[in-house]
Design a protein around this ligand. Structure first.
Ligand code: ADP
Ligand code: ADP
Length: 236
């Protein structure tokens, strides 16, 4: 559904963060990217949503085309792609619900006021919060929530876009192990239930083993392992 075709990224400073890489991501598959800091995980994820433009090669979304060479294709692709970041990018003084709604509005590609809230959007946003166990916190300010709860709001925000693909760059890097596990298990369950493909970078091998259908390990901008989590070697 989404693939890299010999995609290569050389940053302006001359560093090649992604060596020519071809990978195909399948619908509904939960893929974990592993690798040391600087291995190129973030660069690869950013290629998949057009935040980084490959200096060579291509990124192709099924039914849409090249997101590298066609701005319209990129816009359509982004509309069906949910993003979750390490720093959850919530607006602290807005409620959890309004934060989820901002994602929904952004996904629809037009600017409109948050108020009055369209009723269908509001229902979807509340349902998304319910799925991460935060319905009772919907009207609390985001900055009153714990780090793990904020990241679950980030997941609800991505899910309220009704995506086909979720890209998550180190979504649990700043969380304690218990919260990290909860965040990943919510993300994993929702993706499974809705048939959403997820591509998630992590640095905890244990979490990859538990949740991934597929593990791709990167080192120095190259894929050094691509397979089932049970096969991930002790070097990771
Ligand atoms: P460095 O030379 O920087 O130590 P490595 O080649 O040891 O780099 O690998 C960096 C990262 O890539 C590791 O932390 C691991 O996550 C991943 N990796 C390397 N080799 C493998 C492998 N055979 N199987 C799975 N993952 C690997
Ligand atoms: P990871 O997510 O695995 O930590 P990154 O994709 O962030 O890896 O980085 C891969 C390499 O590219 C690193 O050496 C990093 O320092 C470098 N890098 C990342 N972004 C830039 C940039 N904008 N300009 C130059 N080098 C960058």
């Amino acid at each position: 559904m989404l693939r890299l075709d010999q995609a290569t990224v050389t940053y302006p400073n001359g560093l090649t963060a992604l060596q020519p890489t071809s990978l195909a991501f399948r619908p509904g598959e939960f893929t974990v990217l592993l690798g040391a800091s600087g291995a190129g995980k973030s660069t690869l994820l950013r290629c998949l949503n057009g935040l980084v433009t490959p200096t060579a090669g291509d990124v192709i979304a099924d039914g849409v085309g090249s997101i590298v060479h066609d701005r319209r294709a990129l816009r359509r692709h982004r509309r069906r792609t949910g993003m979750v970041f390490q720093q959850h990018h919530l607006i602290g003084r807005l409620t959890a619900l309004d934060n989820v709604l901002t994602g929904r509005l952004a996904a629809h590609g037009f600017v409109r006021s948050l108020f009055p809230l369209p009723r269908a959007d509001r229902r979807l946003a509340l349902a998304a919060l319910d799925r991460v166990g935060l319905l009772d916190r919907a009207l609390d300010r985001a900055d009153r929530l714990s780090g793990g709860q904020q990241q679950r709001v980030g997941i609800a925000r991505a899910m309220a876009q009704e995506p086909e693909i979720v890209l998550a760059d180190e979504p649990v890097a700043s969380l304690d192990p218990g919260s990290a596990e909860r965040v990943l298990s919510d993300l994993h369950r929702i993706c499974r239930e809705d048939g959403i493909a997820a591509i998630v970078s992590l640095h905890q091998v244990e979490l990859a083993r538990r949740f991934a259908d597929r593990v791709i390990a990167l080192a120095h901008g190259r894929v050094v392992h691509d397979g089932r989590p049970g096969e991930v070697g002790p070097r990771v």
